[in-house]
Design a protein around this ligand. Structure first.
Ligand SMILES: [Zn+2]
Ligand SMILES: [Zn+2]
Length: 432
């Protein structure tokens, strides 16, 4: 989303808050009390204005507080228990965009274009991510919206009831009537939407669960229902009191007051006896390719492959789409020319097969032969075991009755744009 749109939304929210908070006081309550300062009027409006002030303060803190970022050169401590509960392959999670390791509960936000500690969700209403350091402010903001809106509706409704009890509209004013309607129109939907949303978040707070972890819990529940998994306990659930304290701090008197969230956001307490639990989120056993869990030794660089060198066939994220597009182009060419556009030593060439489909379905160790590249798909991208091109070439030479390694051959790469497109590679070689 464009940052400009984010700022526009924040300004819209501010206007809405100010409209509900102040138009009601100026155009409904003030005339109701005879446009005079009185003890009753102050007693009515002071708590409301305090709620609005707390709401605005927490809203401001939500927007300006950094939700938490991964420090430069941060590495997970792989020797401590529960150092990293999310792992697909036994390796610590790594973000290829930020080029940093991901601490537990951290996720990459595409809107902020960085990893956010204990990411809950990206909130367009605050134009910021909700993460470790502003989650408390966000919850307090929701709480004060609920309280202030309820107070506002009670105030305006008592004004309406006061009028209905009388024979005539007390100080009949069309402006007052219009603002009463507008205040209902603005406040009721806000209270319903934010109320439902905040109930969900208070429920999540009691379970020490972020929105993302809530989705993961749903997935696990589905797997348990289908009998793929045994019941798995969520590792961060420490008990209701401790869950609240992990966000608002230990002193209950300050829970409603803006305070800094305790902890660094890089490490989280795990419930007692959970250390030897299965990883979170648990792997789907039908899609898992990793072996038994062993202690992972952190490599010097996350870009190493087997013997410490860079994997030459590591596919960039969008290569899947490019590959599909070029495969379909090649298929079309094969239909029109009647021959393969690829040389047999090309890793995509397969006799009798049109194309290799790169998908998680090929993620099977049973097909682990030289012509089938081994592809592992995970949340952090693809890893492709390279095809041995020398083997493929010698296999091809044996097929056409040649002795592998006898000659150094120059085999031109067929150019799809060239005129001799319809001459097969075998014919080209035989002519020489
Ligand atoms: Zn990232
Ligand atoms: Zn974000």
């Amino acid at each position: 989303m464009h940052p400009w749109i984010g700022r526009l939304i924040v300004n819209f929210v501010l206007c809405l808050i100010c409209f509900i908070a102040y138009s009601s006081q100026i155009f409904i309550i003030w005339p109701w009390y005879g446009r005079e300062l009185s003890i009753e009027l102050i007693t009515l409006l002071l708590p409301f204005n305090l709620l609005v002030a707390m709401l605005l303060w927490n809203y401001f803190l939500c927007i300006v507080t950094d939700p938490g970022h991964v420090p430069e050169h941060w590495k997970p401590d792989t020797h401590s228990e529960g150092y990293e509960v999310k792992k697909l392959t036994g390796a610590p999670r790594y973000c290829r965009v930020c080029e940093k390791y991901k601490p537990p509960r951290a996720h990459h936000c595409r809107s902020c274009n960085r990893c956010v500690l204990r990411m809950d969700h990206h909130c367009p209403w605050i134009n910021n991510c909700v993460g470790h350091f502003n989650y408390g402010h966000f919850l307090r903001f929701l709480f004060y919206v609920d309280l202030a809106c309820s107070y506002h509706l009670a105030m305006v409704t008592s004004r309406v009831f006061d009028t209905m009890g009388k024979r005539y509209w007390d100080e009949p004013s069309s402006i007052e009537l219009v603002f009463t309607i507008l205040n209902y129109v603005a406040c009721v939907p806000v209270l319903m939407a934010v109320g439902a949303f905040s109930l969900y978040h208070f429920y999540c707070l009691l379970g020490n669960t972020t929105t993302i972890e809530g989705w993961e819990k749903d997935k696990v529940a589905t797997m348990v229902r289908r009998g793929k998994l045994r019941e798995v306990k969520f590792p961060y659930h420490l008990g209701k009191r401790k869950n609240i304290e992990s966000v608002f701090g230990k002193n209950p008197l300050l829970w409603c007051w803006p305070t800094v969230t305790p902890g660094t956001g890089l490490k989280y307490e795990i419930a007692d006896g959970e250390e030897h639990q299965p990883v979170w989120p648990p792997r789907d056993p039908t899609h898992s390719s990793a072996g038994p869990e062993t202690e992972f030794i952190l490599p010097s660089s996350p870009w190493t492959y087997e013997n410490g060198s860079v994997n030459p066939d590591l596919k960039p994220y969008n290569s899947n789409l490019r590959n599909a597009a070029s495969s379909s182009k090649r298929r079309r060419q094969q239909h029109t020319t009647g021959s393969s556009a690829l040389p047999p030593y090309h890793p995509d060439y397969q006799a009798g097969r049109d194309t290799i489909v790169y998908s998680s379905d090929t993620d099977s160790s049973g097909e682990d032969d030289a012509t089938n590249p081994f592809i592992r798909r995970g949340s952090e991208g693809y890893e492709v075991r390279p095809v041995d091109r020398e083997d493929l070439l010698s296999q091809y030479l044996r097929e056409i009755g040649e002795e592998p390694g006898r000659y150094h051959r120059y085999i031109p790469y067929p150019d799809s744009e060239s005129d001799d497109d319809d001459i097969t590679l075998a014919q080209t070689i035989n002519k020489k």
